[in-house]
Ligand binder design. Structure first.
Ligand code: 3AM
Length: 195
C-alpha cells in the first residue's frame, strides 16, 4: 500500500480555496499543468511510500501515540508559491510551528518503522497543480515553465482563507491507477485537546 500522513482542511476552507483558484485556470501556462481536484486536497505531513499490510498495526499504534502528544491548532490556507518548475502550491499560515512539530514526529515515527528517513524538509503546502518535468529540456523551456508557475502563484499570493482547526491526523492511502491519484483516508486520530 502506498501511504502518506496528512491533515485534511474542512469543506469551508477547501471551498474558499477552490473559488480563489478557479480564475487561475485561464492564465498563461495553466492548460499545461495537471491540476489537483478539491476532493483530494490535503496537507501532507510525511510520505511513507509502500508499506506492507502486515506493518499497518505497528504504524497505527505509532501514529496514535503521535496524535496524543501533539495539540490541535489553528491554521488558514494563505498565499501561494512554487517548487521549481514542477509544483504550484497554496501556503499555510497560523500555528505552523505546531504543524511542523506534528510533521516531524510523524516522520520520526515512520523512519523508525521503515528504517528510512524522509529526506525532504517539511514545507507546509497544499499542492494545486503539477507540471510535467522540464528537466532535460532546454534552459529556455525550463525558464518559461518556472515563470508561468510564478505568474500563477503571484495571482494567488494575496489569498487568505478562513481559519480552521487542524484537529485530526489522517493515514492516507494513495492509488495511482489510471494515471490519476486517488486518495482515501484509512484511519484518523484526534490531536490532543490542550484547550
Ligand atoms: O501532498 P503533496 O502533493 O505535496 O507528491 C506526493 C504528494 O505530496 C508525495 O506524497 C503526497 C501524496 O502522494 N509523494 C509522492 N511520492 C513521493 C516521494 N517519493 C512523495 N513525497 C516524497 N517522496
Amino acid at each position: 500500500m502506498r501511504l502518506f500522513v496528512a491533515v485534511l482542511p474542512p469543506g469551508e476552507a477547501l471551498q474558499g480555496l477552490s473559488d480563489a483558484v478557479a480564475p487561475l485556470h485561464g492564465l498563461p501556462g495553466a492548460d499545461r499543468l495537471r491540476w489537483t481536484t478539491v476532493e483530494g486536497w490535503h496537507l501532507t505531513l510525511a510520505f511513507l511510500g509502500q508499506v506492507p499490510a502486515e506493518r499497518l498495526p505497528e504504524l497505527e499504534t505509532a501514529l496514535a501515540a503521535v496524535a496524543e502528544a501533539h495539540p490541535a491548532h489553528r491554521l488558514r490556507i494563505a498565499g501561494a508559491g512554487r517548487f521549481g518548475d514542477r509544483v504550484l502550491w497554496a501556503g499555510v499560515e497560523g500555528r505552523t510551528w505546531a504543524l511542523r512539530g506534528l510533521a516531524e514526529a510523524v516522520a520520526g515515527a515512520a523512519a523508525e518503522l521503515t528504517g528510512e528517513a524522509d529526506a525532504f524538509a517539511f514545507h507546509p503546502h497544499l499542492t494545486l497543480a503539477r507540471a510535467g518535468s522540464s528537466r532535460g529540456h532546454r534552459r529556455a523551456v525550463q525558464r518559461v515553465a518556472a515563470a508561468e508557475l510564478e505568474g500563477l502563484a503571484a495571482a494567488l499570493a494575496d489569498y487568505r482563507g478562513p481559519e480552521w482547526e487542524a484537529a485530526e491526523l489522517h493515514l492516507m492511502k494513495s492509488d495511482l491507477a489510471g494515471g490519476f491519484a486517488h486518495y482515501e483516508s484509512l484511519r484518523s486520530w484526534a490531536l490532543a485537546d490542550w484547550g
